[in-house]
Every structure is written in C-alpha cells, then in structure tokens.
Design a protein around this ligand. Structure first.
Ligand SMILES: Nc1nc2c(ncn2[C@@H]2O[C@H](COP(=O)(O)OP(=O)(O)O)[C@@H](O)[C@H]2O)c(=O)[nH]1
Ligand SMILES: [Mg+2]
Ligand SMILES: [Zn+2]
Length: 302
C-alpha cells in the first residue's frame, strides 16, 4: 500500500533549525514544517503532537499542530505531564525559594511537579523533602551511584511526558544514564575529562521509554533562570500553593492576599503549624516580586 498523500500522527522529539524529528508509530521521521507556522509565529517544538503529510519524493511535512495542553518557552517544550524537579542533598544544597518558585510555575501550567532528591548517600535531606511530601507532592530519592530509586521513578513517569529540571550538578545526567542503561549522557566527570565546562549546550530532545512516554533532557532548564519559565500574576500565586486551597475563601476579606491582613485563614494556618513556614515565606517573596513586576508594567503603559 502506498503511503503517498497519507497523513501520520506523531510527536516531535527534536527540533533543530527548522528540521524536526517526529516519532510515528513505526519509527522516527525527519520532517520539515509548513511555512504557515512561521508566518503565524508558531514554532513547532518538542512535545508537540503533529500531523505529518507523506508524499513521494518529498520530505515529510508537518501540516498541523494539535492544540497544546501547556507550553514552556525556554527551553521550548509542549504538553508536559510532569516536571521532575531535581535537588541534591548537598553540592549544591536544596534551595527552598527556587524549589517553590518552580513548583508554583508548573502548578499554574497544570504540569505536575514531582520532587527528586539525589546524593542522600552523602547527606540526609529528608526533613526538607518531608515539607513537600506533607503537601501531597510525589517525592523520590535516587542514589545515582547504585541506581537505587531509578525503578520507582521510571514506573511513575512511564506513559507520561516529563522533563528534568534542576541546577547544574544535582545529578540530572547521572539519572538519565540510570534511566537508560546504554545511553551515555555527559556527566560532570566526563566534562572534566574532556576539559569542558559543565554547561555544554545541547538541543532539547525527548527520549522514549519502552513502555510509552518520553523524558526531555533539557540542559538549558536550569533553576537559576527560573523567572524565564513563566510569570504568574500576583493575585493568582495563591492558587499555585496547593496546601493553601482549603483556606482560600475563608479569610475575613474577600480580596485577601494572605500577607498582613487581619482575619486571614492562611496566615492562621501558618501560625498553627499546619502550613509550612518555609513554603509560606516563599509565597510572600513571590507575591512581593510579582508586585514589583506589575508596577513596572503599569509604569510602562502610562
Ligand atoms: N554521591 C553521589 N553523587 C552523585 C549523585 N548523583 C550525581 N552525583 C555526582 O554529582 C555530580 C554531578 O552530576 P551530573 O549528573 O553531571 O549533574 P547534572 O549537572 O545535573 O547533569 C557528578 O560528579 C555525579 O557523579 C548521587 O546520588 N550520589
Ligand atoms: Mg548534566
Ligand atoms: Zn488570607
């Protein structure tokens, strides 16, 4: 049967300079994209679900992009189910504010934040991890030297589209190597041997699990540039702290932002120890930062 003129459904696994790898049921096609996307300022990116037109003697052509469930601009990724926020117990130590900011942004995009802790063999950070477990986030511990914990996380992310996020040195490449035996991602040791810095830039690429699902290996996805991933309006930040939800709406003032207001159910829960202090401090910082951004925007428009 000829495939000429047929359309295939697939997912973009790699996008480099106008050329796209699309995983289709029988393999991976190297594709171009219709000019209309560029004209409409839409860049097809990894994670996009697309329709590819096959024609004789022509490069397969991406004709249609399914509506995105969510999208991140830097690194460009669409349709994420979950964000694996990787922190190491030490070197570098976990950062509560950065962690909470990332969680907040992913929650606002309806991407499930999942916490992954490495280097427990060097230092214990269970107290920090428990803050998140108590808020009902999934928490995984990985020992990248032995591979302990890899099977559990693989089980959880199978069938989903996820991305590894975290600062340089937390063990993302080591985890990829453990998830895909036989694959060799460049870890800190290898970079050193090759005389390169840690920040070797690579393209975003999705790697397929045998049981379905993909993981994005995203070197550019560092926690340092967290503000680039998204911006949440000041009044909406409260909704991205899931443990606040049962208190929101119960404050004396309807427009309460849960900072200094009297009769605030959220700050009351913080005082009585139900809401974690460190999480609340991050919330207050994010609101403060968003307030400044709002002000600047406002000034711009005057
Ligand atoms: N002891 C220990 N070292 C780890 C663990 N995970 C990663 N490392 C080390 O931490 C360093 C940074 O790891 P790498 O995978 O390159 O981190 P990346 O920058 O996030 O990709 C390397 O020297 C790894 O061997 C772990 O669970 N335990
Ligand atoms: Mg790495
Ligand atoms: Zn309140």
């Amino acid at each position: 049967m000829s495939l000429n003129g047929k359309y295939l459904q697939g997912i973009i696994t790699k996008a480099v300079g106008g050329s796209y790898d699309v995983a289709v049921p029988d393999g991976v096609l190297s594709c171009n994209a219709r000019g209309i996307f560029r004209k409409n300022k839409i860049s097809p990116c990894a994670g996009d679900r697309v329709s590819v037109l096959l024609e004789e003697n022509a490069v397969p052509l991406i004709c249609d992009i399914e509506e995105r469930k969510n999208h991140i601009i830097r690194p460009p990724l669409s349709n994420l189910d979950c964000a694996l926020i990787v922190s190491s117990a030490v070197d570098p130590a976990p950062n509560p504010l950065v962690t909470d900011k990332l969680i907040s942004i992913f929650e606002s995009k309806e991407i499930e934040p999942v916490l992954v802790f490495t280097k427990q063999d060097i230092q214990d950070c269970r107290d920090f991890a428990d803050i998140y477990r108590n808020c009902n986030f999934r928490v995984f511990y990985i020992d990248n030297r032995t591979g302990d914990g890899t099977a559990e996380i693989k089980d959880y992310i199978s069938g989903k589209l996820s991305a590894l996020i975290g600062n340089s040195g937390v063990g993302k490449s080591s985890l990829m190597n453990n998830l895909f035996p036989g694959m060799t991602r460049e870890t800190a040791e290898i970079s050193k041997k090759l005389g390169r810095g840690r920040h070797t830039t690579r393209q975003v690429e999705l790697f397929a699990f045998d049981g379905g699902g993909y993981i994005a290996d995203t070197p550019g996805f560092s926690a340092v540039e967290v503000s680039k991933y998204g911006f949440i309006p000041k009044n909406e930040i409260q909704f991205s702290f899931r443990e606040f939800s049962e208190y929101i709406g119960k404050c004396r003032f309807r427009d309460c932002v849960h900072l200094k207001e009297s009769g605030c159910a959220v700050t009351e829960a913080v005082r009585s120890g139900i809401i974690n202090q460190s999480r609340y401090q991050s919330y207050a910082r994010l609101v403060e930062e968003a307030g400044k951004l709002n002000e600047w925007e406002f000034k711009d428009k005057q």
